[in-house]
Design a protein around this ligand. Sequence first.
Ligand code: ATP
Length: 267
Amino acid sequence: MQMLLNVNNIEVKYQNAILVLKGVSFSLTEGKIVTIIGANGAGKTTTLKAISGLLHTEDGEVTHGSIEFNGKKIDRMKPEEISQMGILQALEGRKVFEHLTVEENLRVVANRGTKRIGIKKNLDKIYNYFPRLKDVKNLESGYLSGGEMQMLVIGSCVMASPRILLLDEPSLGLSPILVKEIFAIVKKINQEEKATILLVEQNANAALSIAEYGFVMENGRIVLDGTMEKLKNNEDVKEFYLGLSRINERRSYREVKHYKRRKRWLG
Ligand code: ATP
């Protein structure tokens, strides 16, 4: 099976001083949904920004290793060049043009896809995935609810016909019902658009409900990876990432491993 994206042992620093990613490697198989789960501050967003090139806008840099898309090195490329190649990042915190209507926002980002199928067809496609957006298409985006805003952010990326869609915590601040609805649409987009999806999430339950393969990230490193089945059945992942009721008191996967080893040694 062909690897669409290869992240090879990257190290990322901000301001040439703050080391955040400490040798991260993984690959994306074309057409699959892959997730990176991890707690706050693990380095998930930084990983996405390294791929999309947005790191450069924050004085961040890949200081070691490389990122290849379709065999081409992209870690030195500008964000606009990377998005032109079809790698689109839906930003955490839902950034849209608040004074533009929903439809104006969608029109603004239309580029690659629109050239191919025309703006009307492209808009219809987005409204088909997100019927709610059609209902509010003339509303100024600043007035949207959290869920509608998330739909607009994802819809805007789909408008540009992504080869790879990078999703940064789409579940953030949404009710469980909305999370379920939006994740089901993400799955549909993956299947119908043949878009490869890299989803980063703190909500491991939701992420593993649609991803086929996952990575667990802690403190700038990948500490575990496996198929959705393997991760869902892993005792430590169950305890520390899927035990949502204990989300605030969980320790790290590494600490647990260490703790378990010590327990074994102590009998
Ligand atoms: P969250 O879920 O909170 O977004 P995350 O796993 O996505 O967490 P990152 O946002 O990648 O984590 O942050 C990883 C580390 O990098 C954090 O310690 C953060 O403070 C630091 N960091 C992120 N952006 C910058 C920046 N622009 N300048 C300096 N440090 C940064």
